[in-house]
Design a protein around this ligand. Structure first.
Ligand SMILES: Nc1ncnc2c1ncn2[C@@H]1O[C@H](COP(=O)(O)OP(=O)(O)OP(=O)(O)O)[C@@H](O)[C@H]1O
Ligand SMILES: [Mg+2]
Length: 161
């Protein structure tokens, strides 16, 4: 079946590889982008998100974790100018439409959104805008990242692997 989706798999043998992927991806991000981070507990979603934030706001020092908050925002410098980065962790979302209370509309319109557990807001996220990164534990520190996105991501995905 023909598809407009682009896919690529990237092996991440250790933490440094995950950090490097996050930093490469960070440089490709534009206002309005949505990165959905999927995969089970402890697979490395937050680790990847932190690498992205660290690359885009180098003055931040240690990036705090949104463990007890559903969303955390950071001022960042994208390749096309300043923006707000929104890091959502929807694991503790009570119901999908709670994402509106978290400010998802502003994030989607003007910011860059990194979303852990996007499944919990299923149907409320703009599929066309989304780059999905599904992480999988291989063994020890080894992970595999499966990246898939719509037409807007095709060229950028080619530059990431
Ligand atoms: N290659 C790797 N990439 C990412 N994390 C790794 C890797 N190797 C080991 N780790 C470790 O795995 C753990 C991943 O935890 P992290 O909080 O990023 O997972 P998570 O997917 O966000 O989990 P949760 O679903 O609970 O939010 C960290 O302790 C990290 O140091
Ligand atoms: Mg996490």
């Amino acid at each position: 079946m023909p598809t407009s989706k682009s896919d690529s798999a990237i092996d991440l043998p250790d933490l440094a590889a995950t950090d490097a992927l996050g930093r490469r991806l960070a440089k490709a991000l534009r206002r309005g982008d949505v990165v959905a981070l999927k995969g089970g507990l402890g697979v490395g979603k937050t680790t990847l998100a932190r690498a992205i934030v660290a690359e885009l706001s180098p003055d931040l020092g240690d990036v705090p974790s949104p463990t007890f908050t559903l969303v955390q925002t950071y001022p960042v410098e994208l390749s096309d100018g300043p923006a707000e980065l929104w890091h959502f962790d929807l694991y503790r979302l009570d119901r999908p439409d709670q994402v509106y209370e978290l400010g998802i509309e502003d994030a989607l319109a003007e910011g860059v959104s990194l979303i852990e557990w996007p499944e919990l807001a299923a149907g409320l996220l703009p599929e066309e805008q989304i780059l999905t990164i599904e992480l999988q534990i291989m063994s020890g520190q080894a992970r595999r990242a499966q990246l898939s996105g719509g037409a807007a991501w095709r060229e950028r995905l080619a530059g990431l692997s």
